[in-house]
Design a protein around this ligand. Structure first.
Ligand code: ADP
Ligand code: ZN
Ligand code: ZN
Length: 750
């Protein structure tokens, strides 16, 4: 027996809902190099599972005879950095999920499930297809395998429309078809290159950026100076940058990040949804050079490749949506959360973290500057300014020559009464649109509803066509010739008869973007309209390509849903039309007014962003509602004052904290019963002045055939929520066909 070296034991967190840390023995061959953050494979309940080492001790924490060994460990280059370990632990505690669940969300699948050695191989043709074809012909008799392989590659490359492109060898048409020896031989001839650099990030559309030397205006300069001095100090400093749309916030991010990179630090930029903000990404790349773009449409291997580039320090700037928060950057100088008010920062599956709030925690752990930016800050962040938790920086006017757009409000009730019928375009909006087109300027038309008609009602029995699985009206999509459920995606042919009574008298009503396109076509037959909604934007690059085409002047009108509300900066857009600004006000969510205010402000802000003056026409049924009125008046402070009163009166967030418990299942009675029990447990343990709403059915009670009921618990602060939840001692997860979910700081109450 070799001389016994001192044993080492590792605390390992595995990807399960179990909150415990499990202990394993470190085998000798790993003992010199294993460290917290290493991913390992361990035996777990007769299986092999992935886990992450979170601690190492020389003492066996339990009877050493019962401790099993670690089976394998990832290379040091893939070690999860210490602040991500700490951050995920915080997420587990705060959002009440297991550390393992949080760690799993923080590690890209391509890294997590990498078998350490298996790399995705690819091949690229180095000669042109014509020559390859010729060579294949010559090889056919001498080396039939090579000829066949070459021909297969050519066929797949042309199918993929990627003659100069790269093919992964696990491509379904190649896997097991092409001969590895033949590939090597072809590569030795210099005709093709084999590699394993993993999927390259998809090509990005670049937007023409007008080269301009920008001199910061005094407000921008003051904000930047404050931020730079915080950055230079190298300690945690959280800011809220409140700048009206087009005030030059992005310009500040760029300069701040540029300084951080020059100091050898790294930087992280979170944006709400990367596919919706290709322009922003393009600006960052143009100004700051190489960066890692992390978005949901990257392949696993592409994401893993970006993760490795960041981990190795090859790139020090990451831009991405929510989960980019976990980018493995060391020596972090700055985290920017752009459009910090966006709901998409909240993850709606476990771990249900809010990326904006968690970004503040990461910045604190890293001693970095945290910069939350918005034209319409969330009430939560505004409240944090009042509490002194965020330092406020303001940009009150548009940057450069641009002035805020003029806004005209149309009262749709009046308009419809005047013209004696419901119309999508008021007379005023139609006139302005006509003028805009005549001047060869561009317009943006916004309606937050998809489809052609949004409702189908039977004229005989009055029934509305609902999804069979969800409590939601089916939408009519005329082009596709289908009716569709916006929740579960269920699709059916358009019925000719009422499914309830058999009458043919079906009435189609309510308008979505598809119908608006149709109407536009009729009023302005020569105008070129680009419609963007999740029906038309289906493949990987369609967003950025479509937006680039619009930017390049290939269209006159951009029509769309909320997809077009954010981050777009087109100098030739001088008119914005909001068709039904208050469409979402009726929702039973205490944030409905806030969301409406934000959306309307953002959309209006797309007009007149450069030298040409902008006009926004806002149509609404309740133009006097604070959410509409103050958006139209560009008066954030007045909206916040009105909204704050409402929230405070009901102790809704930000006045106190909210947690939501959702019960769902196939059997309505069981769901009701379980929700009632939880309600009783909550009432019994409820401390004095706290509040409980429900149990009650969710706004849309049934989704994908599951009934959903919820409880909302309100307490003064997070600790109070935690104590209360502890006292309730609820078992979350699935049990007997009933699922119980906990959502801390829920963003949606649907
Ligand atoms: P925001 O991020 O606040 O919406 P941007 O940073 O996108 O604003 O700026 C809006 C437009 O104004 C951009 O085209 C930007 O290049 C330009 N811009 C920003 N700052 C200035 C400035 N000080 N002078 C002139 N133009 C500016
Ligand atoms: Zn009927
Ligand atoms: Zn459905």
């Amino acid at each position: 027996m070799p001389a016994a070296s001192p044993s080492l034991y590792a605390g390992v967190v595995v990807d399960t809902p179990l909150t415990r840390v499990f202990h394993y023995r470190v085998p000798e061959e790993l003992s010199s190099r294993l460290a917290p953050g290493d991913r390992v494979q361990v035996p777990f309940a007769h299986r092999r599972v992935h886990g992450v080492v979170v601690s190492l001790t020389p003492e066996p924490p339990i009877d050493p005879a019962k401790i099993k060994p670690i089976l394998s460990a990832s290379p040091e280059a893939e070690r999860i950095p210490p602040d991500i370990l700490e951050l995920t632990r915080w997420i587990g505690n705060y959002y009440r999920c297991s550390w393992g669940t949080a760690l799993a969300a923080a590690t890209p699948a391509g890294i997590k499930h990498d078998k350490h050695l298996v790399r995705r191989r690819h091949v690229r043709l180095l000669i042109d297809p014509g020559e390859a074809e010729e060579q294949a012909g010559k090889l056919a008799s001498r080396a039939p395998q090579q000829a066949a392989t070459l021909r297969t590659l050519l066929a797949v490359l042309s199918e993929e429309e990627a003659p100069g492109g790269l093919l992964h060898l696990d491509h379904p048409r190649l896997d097991g078809v092409v001969n590895p020896a033949a590939l090597r031989a072809l590569s030795a001839r210099g005709w093709l290159a084999l590699g394993d650099t993993e999927g390259l990030p998809p090509a990005e559309t670049s937007f023409p950026e007008v080269e301009k030397t920008i001199t910061l205006n005094p407000e921008q300069a003051a904000a930047l100076e404050r931020l730079l001095s915080a950055l230079d100090q190298g300690v945690f400093a959280p800011f809220l940058l409140h700048g009206v749309t087009g005030s030059g916030k992005t310009e500040i991010y760029l300069r701040l990040i540029s300084r951080a990179l020059a100091q050898g630090k790294s930087a992280l930029v979170l944006v709400p949804e990367i596919s919706l903000t290709p322009q922003t990404v393009s600006r960052f790349r143009n100004r700051l050079g190489d960066l890692a773009v992390l978005h949901s449409r990257l392949s696993d291997s592409g994401r893993a490749a970006e993760w490795r580039r960041l981990r190795s320090g090859e790139v020090r700037l990451a831009v991405g949506a929510r989960s980019a928060l976990f980018a493995p950057l060391e020596n972090l100088g700055i985290i920017v959360v752009d459009e910090e008010h966006e709901r998409s920062y909240k993850q709606e599956t476990a771990p249900r973290y809010h990326a904006r709030d968690t970004a503040l925690v990461r910045a604190r752990l890293a001693g970095a500057v945290a910069l939350l930016g918005s034209a319409t800050p969330s009430l939560e962040s505004w409240h944090n300014v009042k509490l002194g938790k965020l330092e406020l920086l303001s940009l009150t006017s548009r940057a450069g020559p641009a002035t805020p757009p003029r806004v005209e409000v149309i009262d749709l009730r009046q308009e419809w009464a005047d013209v004696k019928k419901p119309t999508l375009f008021s007379r005023d909006l139609e006139r302005h649109l006509g003028q805009c087109l005549e001047k060869h300027e561009q317009a943006i038309i916004f309606l937050n509803r998809r489809g052609f008609h949004t409702q189908i009602r039977c004229g005989s029995c009055g029934d509305v066509l609902f999804c069979a699985q969800c409590d939601i009206a089916m939408t009519h999509h005329r082009q596709a010739g289908k009716i569709r459920c916006g929740y579960c995606g269920e699709e059916k042919d358009v019925p000719e008869l009422c499914p309830a009574c058999g009458s043919p008298a079906l009435k189609f009503g309510g308008s979505g973007t598809e119908r608006v396109e149709d109407v536009l076509q009729r009023i302005f037959p020569r105008a070129r309209t680009l419609r963007m909604d999740s029906d038309t934007m289906t493949n990987r690059d369609s967003h950025s390509q479509a937006l680039a085409a619009f930017a390049g002047g290939a269209y006159d009108i951009l029509l769309g849903t909320q997809m077009i509300a954010k981050g777009l900066d087109f100098p030739n857009v001088t008119l914005v039309g909001v068709l039904m600004a208050d469409a979402a006000l009726g929702r039973s969510d205490f944030r409905a007014a806030e969301h409406t205010f934000q959306l309307v402000t953002q959309v209006i802000g797309r007009a007149g962003r450069a030298a040409k003056a902008g006009l926004a026409v806002v149509q609404a049924f309740q133009p006097g509602h604070p959410a509409i009125r103050f958006a139209v008046e560009h008066d954030y402070a007045a909206f916040v004052a009105a909204e704050t009163q409402d929230r405070a009166r009901h102790s809704y967030p930000p006045f106190g904290r909210l947690a939501r418990i959702i019960v769902s299942g196939r059997e309505r009675r069981q769901v009701e019963e379980r929700a009632k029990q939880l309600g009783q447990a909550a009432r019994k343990t409820m401390p004095g002045k706290y509040r409980l709403l429900g149990p009650a059915p969710c706004e849309v009670e049934r989704v994908e055939a599951n009934f959903r009921h919820h409880l909302l618990i309100f307490a003064p602060d997070n600790r109070a929520i935690a104590t209360w939840l502890d006292a309730m001692a609820i078992k979350y997860g699935e049990d007997g066909g009933i699922r119980v979910i906990l959502d801390i700081d829920p963003a949606s109450l649907q």
